[in-house]
Design a protein around this ligand. Structure first.
Ligand code: IMP
Ligand code: MG
Length: 265
């Protein structure tokens, strides 16, 4: 498996160990990417050589104490812990941008943002790709499109994935499309979108998801690029919502059971 091994065995970071913690996390991501590169270079036919590298958050990770981070007062009672701090999201996103440009660069990329949950990740990823374009001899033209899908009610994925707005997919015919998603759980949303998109005959389609949930409900679908693999818990923040709440939270946090009741529709 191409995962970086569990970086979050310490549930609470003291200020002194924060620097070494982030260096360790970065080293683990780099090692996973190196392993992926090495196996690709040796042309292994093994399917693992084509699997995306990701940073693994272990099932027994309790995350970090809320009081160590800035969290809006109105959500303090609703969250169990911070599972991925905003800075770590950005560091990982920066590396995903580099991998995507390495693989898709040279072509015009149409980045398709899956709304609403993907908007923060999309904005940060586009900024990192823009920075690469500005600071390199080679650059890749980038345009953006948006699609709005709905598949969730309370904390349950439904079987019915609906397109409820956005740009016409037919405009993507013949294009190199990068779908940008917040989280893959069962995989149904992405499988439905890929089916719809393929009917429009794009030239190439790649999918990047900030998060992939480890869950027995998964269809087995895996995106081409993955930020983090996370435990089977309901996560909010960084634009991930629970019935539209918690998008205004910078860190990715574990939602408490009490809050699921409080914000239920
Ligand atoms: P899937 O179709 O089961 O893969 O679900 C994907 C969609 O469900 C994502 O795009 C999210 O919008 C939503 N979702 C799944 N898990 C979570 C979560 O833990 N928090 C917030 N939204 C989620
Ligand atoms: Mg989504």
């Amino acid at each position: 498996m191409m995962s970086a091994s569990n970086p979050l065995t310490h549930s609470v970071l003291g200020p002194k160990c924060a620097d070494s913690y982030f260096s360790r996390v970065k080293a683990q991501v780099a090692a996973a990417d190196r392993r992926r590169h090495e196996s690709t270079n040796t042309n292994l036919k093994d399917k693992h050589s084509r699997m995306a590298a990701y940073l693994e958050i272990a099932d027994d990770s309790k995350g970090h104490e809320l009081s160590l981070f800035c969290v809006p007062k109105h959500y303090e009672e609703d969250l169990d812990s911070v599972i991925i701090p905003n800075g770590l999201i950005k560091d990982r996103t920066e590396r995903l941008a580099r991998d995507i440009v390495r693989d898709m660069g040279g072509h015009h990329i149409v980045a398709l943002c899956v709304l609403k949950g993907g908007y923060k990740f999309f904005a940060d990823l586009m900024d990192y790709i823009k920075t690469l374009n500005q600071n390199s001899d080679k650059s890749v033209p980038l345009t953006v499109d948006f699609i709005r899908l709905k598949s969730y009610s309370n904390d349950q994925s439904t079987n019915c994935v609906k397109v409820i707005g956005g740009d016409e997919l037919s405009a993507l015919a013949g294009k190199n499309v990068l779908i940008v998603e917040d989280i893959v759980e069962t995989g149904k949303t992405m499988e439905t979108l890929l089916k719809l998109l393929n009917e429009c005959h794009p030239k190439m389609v790649k999918v990047v998801s900030l998060l992939v949930k480890r869950t027995p409900r998964s269809s087995g679908y895996r995106p081409d690029y993955i930020g983090f693999e996370v435990p089977d818990k309901f996560l909010v923040g960084y634009a991930l919502d629970y019935n539209e709440y918690f998008r205004d939270l910078s860190h990715i946090c574990i939602l408490s059971d009490k809050a699921k009741e409080k914000y239920k529709v």
